[in-house]
Design a protein around this ligand. Structure first.
Ligand code: DC
Length: 225
């Protein structure tokens, strides 16, 4: 049985654009499932670093991807029986993920796993290629943007709140490098899909962004009745 008639809201955007928080809140409002696709790439990077696999070794990374033993329980992420919720959010895993994600075999190996999240009553999925590759038939496609400085500030506050001591200049540089890598790669680069609608979150708070998305989704549902 195909699951293509199950609604999907696909949200793409660069690092620290607020996608994760916004997507989770939209999914909670609608009672939909939630896929944070970046976590899958982060997990591959984590396993690679623990097992000494080079982030340039595409075949070994694809092998890790195929055997990834991950479970999502609410906001908790488990690798085997280990709770890795905090460690996968680290900047090291994020930077590793961005390298891992440039390999087409890794992306291919994650495709089925991501599409399996499309279950009733619906899904909100965030990442870089949700609109273009993973769910090209999504009910609603959103591209979130925000200026680089604002994104760096947001990430800085988030990390300081967790007690991680970082310099804003380092974060800014990290974000620029990651943007360049994620947008410049040849497979599934980060870019706005032709039929997605863009929301600039620079001057908006989370609730305003969530409400805009919910409004757009409600309009589509009304039209389709
Ligand atoms: O969204 P995030 O920061 O957790 O993503 C980490 C990295 O994973 C990001 O730099 C690029 C990659 N990624 C991707 O290539 N495609 C996705 N759908 C999600 C993330």
């Amino acid at each position: 049985m195909g699951n293509n008639n199950i609604p999907v809201i696909a949200i793409d955007g660069p690092s620290a654009s607020g996608k994760g928080t916004v997507a989770r809140r939209v999914s909670e409002s609608l009672g939909f499932h939630y896929l944070d696709s970046g976590t899958l790439y982060r997990l591959v990077a984590l396993v690679a670093s623990r097992t000494g696999v080079d982030l340039a070794d595409e075949e070994a990374l694809a092998n890790i991807t195929e055997h990834l033993d991950v479970t999502f329980e609410g906001t908790e992420i488990r690798l085997g029986s280990e709770d890795v919720t905090d460690i996968v959010r680290s900047e090291t895993c994020g930077n590793g993920a961005s390298r891992v994600a440039a390999h087409s075999q890794v992306r291919k190996a994650l495709l089925g796993r991501q599409r399996a999240f499309r279950r009733n009553p619906g899904l909100v999925a965030d990442g870089r290629d949700m609109c273009s590759v993973v769910f090209p038939d999504a009910t609603l496609k959103i591209f979130l943007v925000a200026n680089t400085e604002t994104r760096a500030q947001r990430r800085y506050k988030q990390l300081m709140g967790k007690g991680v001591d970082v310099k804003i200049a380092t974060i800014l540089q990290d974000i620029r490098e990651r943007d360049a890598r994620d947008s410049g790669r040849s497979v599934a680069p980060l870019k706005q899909d032709a039929d997605s609608s863009s929301i600039d979150t620079t001057l908006l708070n989370i609730t305003e962004v969530v409400n805009q998305i919910l409004r757009q989704y409600a309009e589509i549902c009304t039209k389709n009745v």
